[in-house]
Design a protein around this ligand. Sequence first.
Ligand code: SF4
Length: 626
Amino acid sequence: MADGSGAVEKGFNGKMLNVNLTTGEITVENPPEDLYRQYLGGYGIGARMLWDRVPAGANPLGPENMLGIFPGLLTGTPLFGQRWQVVCKSPTTGGWGDANCGGDFGGQLKLSGWDGIMFFGKSPKPAYLLVDNEHAELRDASDLWGTGAITSETLLKERHGKRASIANIGQAGETLSYLSGICNDHGRLAARSGVGAVMGSKNLKAIVALADRKIIAQTGDITKMVRTNLDEFIKPLRDFFHTFGTTGITSMSALNGDSPVKNWGGVGVVDFPAETSGQIAGAVINTKMAKSYGCWHCPMACGAESVESGNPQYPYPKHTHRPEYEAMASFGTMNLINDPEALIYANHLCNEYGLDVIGAGVTASFAIECFEAGILTKEDTDGLVLSWGGASAMLELLKMIGERRGIGDTLADGVKVAAEKIGRGSERFAMHIGGQEIPMHDPKLQPEYHTTYKLDPTPARHTLYEANKRFGKIPPAPANNREYANRGEHHKGALEYMHMVNAGGMCEFVMMAANTANIPTWFNAVTGWDTDADEVMTIGERIANLRLAYEIREGGNPRKRHVPSRVTGHSSEGTHAGPLEGVKLDTELLETDFLKACDWDVETCKPSRAKLESLGLGDVAAVLHG
Ligand code: SF4
């Protein structure tokens, strides 16, 4: 039981919880303000905590691993902060792990008085943490174990009231699936790095946050500042996202080369042409939606919730979330499925089981291609006939993965593990980098994705490159995306910008429309600091270096990761026609240019001693360099 009274009203509370699940002990810690100024919040602070508190070589699914939950700096304030993040050592990659999430949980956790919760150990029986403002206690979750994430959220709201905000795992996390994430707001997932499995390994079913405090730092001046900043939003972009969400780019992306098609071996204009992909255009999907949805106090509100399915084959309930682009592409273009209701149901199943839609969709594609190639047969799949475009079989496969049933057990840890188990040449269909399934943006269209997919401590991550021009600090890249030289400095800036945005608790989509030049002003308004654009970019750089240092400390070397040739274009598969016909990335040039710009070793990726020391990471340099 903890009592952490004495909150600070300045964007952060100055309080975090440490929960030892083995002993049940809960303690309060008061980090110094400097920690926030150095790392902001979210996975920025999480990186510092993971580096300091988890011993090198820890088993990701063992009690010594930390599951850290951190809202961003602005999360819980009126100034465009919606996001919260999870950090841990990843069971999926064996190195640095994080996942970023919207929904309502981050804001509510901050308002309940806490800037982070760090879980260690393993509960002797299923448990959930109840955080009722200053009071925190562990409760028995035996009756919830085995339920889906949406179902258990509903049960916990019945128990603790509608204002309860809940982050939890479904069956996938409980059964330690590497594809599992942590869910909140009945279908917003911190999805990647296998964070759900880490939560499951600790026998932790849920965190329930009850907050009575008002929005942090809501002064008259700040309210006025929010209004002024909203006036500066790029309205057409804001309106597009509000109306269609990221779902709205799916049919276009299927044709322009952005979306991978048929497990990266197909081409949109050939295999998923306009008459096919048009069936899942934003306007069509919207005919199945009842109302719009926004994460905590989001001015964009890019989500939507459905009407109840009228199709007994795809029985999603009322108010399930509209699939985002990544779900639409990973189940749609990747598997050649264009039935809107099948895709909404696939997304719903992932939310209920607590599965990463990218990982699950890519894994389904892998299984389909293995089946089409005769590597998997009906004997392997309990009679299921998998095929491109076969929605019903794909959905049954998804249930098997969520429940680790039959072939689902082989597939539940993603394509790398599945290919190792299946063998028989299946690895050529396993579209992953470093164990993580590759997301839905083709680097042959935007080459920085190659570098970030391969070299980031979280491989195959699509949310760490955003060339935001309004911020004013990201050097330009060559306009021609087929020109691979001189992109390193640009990419370095874009990466550091994204780390600052994420740790700040902001959403990448909102920032695409916002006047991002004002970000330091927002930080200053809620904290009383005097940051400027250079300082906040240095924070982004510090976070980038510490995340990577953790990966290196755990034995990782991103340069050694394999990127499938279908992704780089060093294969005729996927480049035989269409807008990316014949495109081959100069991967060596892209990678070395970026690493040199960052002052990271071009062979080992290790950050230089000078770089680490210049960022105030002398202790980290001492570990990496002796
Ligand atoms: S823009 Fe969309 S994803 Fe981002 S915080 Fe708002 S509702 Fe959530």
